[in-house]
Design a binder for this molecule. Structure first.
Ligand code: UDP
Length: 242
């Protein structure tokens, strides 16, 4: 039996790219299933989990804008991409017997509930995994910011950022051999050293609301539960101890 969770309620942010598996684009169902299993394990130990999934595996507003599209339209397309990912994740989780609700920041009531904060809180209290789709619903934002915003609104104890590596490194560990992993950082360290963890508005929001950001690898089996119980490899970003 794994140890008790350190965080009762947590928001997990995964980028769209994490769902691609070995593909160059789109959704790899096996990979989505693998991440869904990680989430199921977390609910099995009694954590209340909500999710924000990016859309970069399908469409990114900035790349559309770079090719001449109006930025706001391109961003709306990016937000729609996150809805597809949310539905894929909902499907995987429900196949595993996990109760879920998708709530979209852009109303599309045929496929998802509209985002209503108090309703989302209620779903979480009932043990449902809430998947927040369509980011913040506003162009010129990212799903990182949506993750920090929803984590704040839900009163989460932690914002878990599942990435390709097991924490924040001094340099890209895939490229620099002696890059070192930080155990702990402050929000200010991340902002001042421009460490590429999440975008600056997400870091600022987490800092203002005192929500620790835990950066860990979403690709290690059992990694999510390990970090939730304080046993995993990760970097913890929080305010400096008083
Ligand atoms: N997006 C947006 N507002 C939001 C969240 C996302 O406009 O609140 C758009 C933006 O174009 C972004 C795309 O949706 O590029 C996909 O999200 P993101 O790039 O954050 O996904 P990730 O990099 O995490 O896969």
């Amino acid at each position: 039996m794994p140890s008790k969770p350190l965080y009762k309620r947590a928001l997990l942010k995964v980028s769209g790219e994490a769902l691609m598996g070995n593909q160059q684009y789109g959704i790899d169902v096996e990979t989505v299933d693998r991440i869904a299993r990680e989430i199921k394990q977390a609910t099995d130990i009694g954590c209340e989990i909500c999710l924000v999934i990016g859309g970069g595996n399908i469409f990114r507003g900035l790349s559309g804008a770079a090719k001449g599209m109006e930025r706001a339209s391109a961003d709306y397309m990016g937000m729609l991409a996150t809805v597809m990912n949310a539905l894929a994740m909902q499907n995987s989780l429900e196949r595993m017997g996990v109760q879920t609700r998708v709530m979209s920041a852009i109303p599309m009531t045929t496929i998802a509930e509209p985002y209503i904060r108090r309703r989302a809180v209620r779903h979480m209290e009932k043990g449902r995994v809430v998947i927040f789709a369509a980011g913040t619903g506003n162009p010129f934002f990212t799903t990182d910011t949506a993750a920090a915003l929803r984590a704040t609104e839900m009163g989460c104890d932690a914002l878990m950022k599942g990435t390709q590596v097991d924490g924040v490194y001094s340099a890209d560990p895939h490229k620099v051999k002696d890059a070192t992993r930080y155990e702990r950082l402050t929000y200010m360290d991340v902002l001042a050293r421009d460490l590429q963890v999440m975008d600056t508005s997400a870091i600022a929001l987490a800092r203002e609301n005192n929500i620790p950001i835990i950066v860990f690898s979403i690709h290690d089996d059992g990694g999510f539960v390990n970090v939730l119980t304080g046993n995993g490899r990760c970097t913890i970003i929080e305010n400096a101890a008083a």
